[in-house]
Design a protein around this ligand. Structure first.
Ligand code: FAD
Ligand code: SIN
Length: 544
């Protein structure tokens, strides 16, 4: 008989104060740090649970939207029109106009910081096309390495800035919110030393990215576990539209380290076409993402396929080599020569349109707490994000947030009210726990979400999923202090899964990326959905 191993670990807590804390080192976090440092000349602390350069941002391929004055084919009005159409009634027009108008300025900023966007031989910026854009307006860098190049440029800038302090391999585990609903700081765990630190601050900014890892098929790397959304939700902030998950139509049909390599929509933008295994074209390859994804899903279901084919062999060899060098190489590693043969692809979870409800300046429903990037929901993307609008939103909102904060008082109030003290004490306690089989629990969670709360949903499947998530919660039973990063990430995934399911159950219609087989119609009136900690206990108080 195997006896359970009891582990003992001790609560070592350090205390400190910083004017500004940014959690996350993707493009949203890095850009906010740079702008804050420029606008305020104050010390900024940037915390990241992985290496500085690991994030969703790093893998962005297609590019970033820019409505450039020299592009006579484009205008703010046209970009807004496309964004609203993709958003299926839930994009806020004012937000879309605001972000679109600021796009040219943000692109100039990135160029000034050193980002090299691809240019034609006459030095004009090259623009590509993606699904549901009515004209070419997407800037790219290094062919298909836009995210990596922007991330690298911004990371270099952050690392060489003495006013930006970086905590690497440090995970934010809870926010300090007092009884007046004001955020006073954050508790973090240094994964290397195992030490906890309570950091008081006048402004905590969540830039922790998305939650693709909640699904067994995803283009997102392992860091994308929805931590920031859960930190905010646990602290009482309002989260919005959590049912809207974007499933990208074309992920390479191989899994590596829990994630799948993306075949950019811009490959279709440049002329590649989707075919079934009998060589038939079955969908408009450049329709909005949700439409193409469902077309693939039903084609696979009907014909019993594991994947469909993306045929780029019609593109000139030189164009593939210049525009998609990364995709070409990764496919070659899987023995697929995309110049000569079609690529096996299938849909995968890619982006979360919902998140922490914020204004276009990054303000949340909690004073002192801000959010930017994929973790936030400004209502720009609505029910379905237009390709390459995410990186644009990251930089525009980051700049607005830094501007807003630069005008505010930054006195740090060392509020030690009971609510905060109680929370800190949870992380100071010694724990005597059974080791958890997190890997196994995580596999069950991710597969359940894919099968029952994925591309096509219905009430029965969603309720079954909720039951399984609740059972996993009972098995895991770690509400506060966990042993390591893996457990903290699983703690987040459990709550993100629950939020997605509950929001999906509440939306009894199909809209954008949310497709209910039992409610296939779209209602005439469009409403956002909101959840907060209080409302989830009493479903009747959820407002629409
Ligand atoms: P991220 O870049 O994901 O960064 C999150 C950061 O937070 C990471 O540093 C992470 O380690 C850190 N973190 C998370 N939790 C914690 C915690 N608890 N404590 C401390 N740190 C934490 N969008 C486009 O507009 N154009 C594209 O071409 C494009 N292509 C894409 C391709 C792929 C493969 C993927 C996955 C996404 C793509 N997207 C694209 C979407 C876009 O990349 C992301 O939405 C965007 O980069 C998110 O940036 P972010 O800064 O908000 O988050
Ligand atoms: C892609 O290149 O297909 C991804 C673009 C995006 O998610 O915006």
């Amino acid at each position: 008989m195997k006896f359970p191993v009891f582990e003992v670990y001790y609560g070592i807590m350090r205390f400190s104060e910083k004017p500004y804390i940014i959690i996350g080192s993707g493009i949203a976090g890095l850009y906010t740090a740079i702008k804050l440092s420029e606008k305020t000349a104050k010390q900024v602390l940037l915390i990241t649970k992985s290496d500085l350069r690991e994030s969703n941002s790093r893998y962005a391929q297609g590019g970033i939207v820019g409505v450039l004055p020299e592009n006579t084919q484009d205008s703010v009005a046209l970009h807004v029109k496309d964004t609203l159409k993709a958003g299926a009634g839930l994009t806020d027009k004012d937000v879309a106009e605001f972000i679109s108008k600021k796009s040219a300025e943000s692109i100039s900023d990135l160029i000034q910081y050193g980002v090299k966007f691809d240019r034609a031989s006459d030095q004009q910026i090259e623009l590509t096309l993606e699904g549901a854009h009515s004209t070419r307006r997407i800037l790219h860098s290094g062919g298909d390495a836009t995210g990596r190049n922007i991330e690298r440029t911004l990371s270099d800038k952050v690392e060489s800035n003495p006013r930006i302090q970086i905590y690497r391999k440090t995970v934010a585990v809870d926010l300090l919110v007092d009884s007046e609903k004001t955020c006073r700081g954050v508790i973090v765990l240094d994964e290397t030393t195992g030490e906890y630190e309570t950091i008081y601050s006048s402004a905590v900014i969540i830039a922790t990215g998305g939650a693709g890892q909640v699904y067994s098929n995803t283009t997102n790397p392992s860091i994308a576990t929805g931590d920031g959304i859960v930190l905010a939700y646990r602290a009482g902030a309002t989260v919005q539209n959590m049912e809207f998950i974007q499933f990208h139509p074309t992920a390479l049909n191989f899994e590596e380290n829990g994630s799948r390599f993306l075949i950019s929509e811009s490959v279709r933008g440049e002329g590649a076409k989707l075919k079934n295994l009998d060589g038939e074209y079955f969908t408009d390859s450049l329709a909005p993402r949700d439409v193409v994804t469902r077309a693939i899903f039903f084609e696979m279901q009907e014909k019993g396929y594991d994947y469909v084919l993306l045929d780029a062999t019609c593109l000139p060899e030189e164009q593939i080599k210049a525009r998609f060098p990364n995709i070409l190489n990764v496919c070659l590693e899987h023995e697929i020569d995309i110049i000569r043969e079609p690529i096996p692809v299938s849909p995968a979870a890619h982006y979360i349109m919902g998140g922490i409800k914020t204004s276009v300046h990054g303000e949340t429903s909690i004073k002192g707490l801000y959010s930017v990037g994929e973790a936030a929901c400004t209502s720009f993307h609505g029910a379905n994000r237009l390709a390459s609008n995410s990186l644009l939103e990251c930089v525009v909102v980051a700049n607005e947030l830094a501007e807003t904060l630069s005008k505010q008082d930054i006195s740090i109030l060392l509020n030690k009210d009971c609510q905060i003290n109680c929370l800190i004490s949870q992380y100071e306690k010694n724990h005597f726990d059974l080791p958890q089989e997190v890997l196994k629990l995580k596999k069950t969670l991710r597969e359940t979400m894919w099968k029952k709360a994925g591309i096509v949903r219905d009430e029965q499947g969603l309720k079954e999923a909720l039951k399984i998530i609740n059972e996993l919660k009972l098995d895991f039973d770690q509400e506060y202090k966990c042993r390591n990063l893996e457990e903290y990430e699983f703690r987040s995934l459990l709550t993100v899964a629950e939020l997605i399911i509950r929001s999906s159950l509440l939306r009894k219609e199909s809209r954008g990326a949310h497709f209910r087989e039992d409610y296939p119609e779209t209602k005439d009136e469009a409403h956002n959905s909101y959840l907060s900690k209080e409302s989830i206990c009493i479903p009747s108080t959820i407002h629409w």
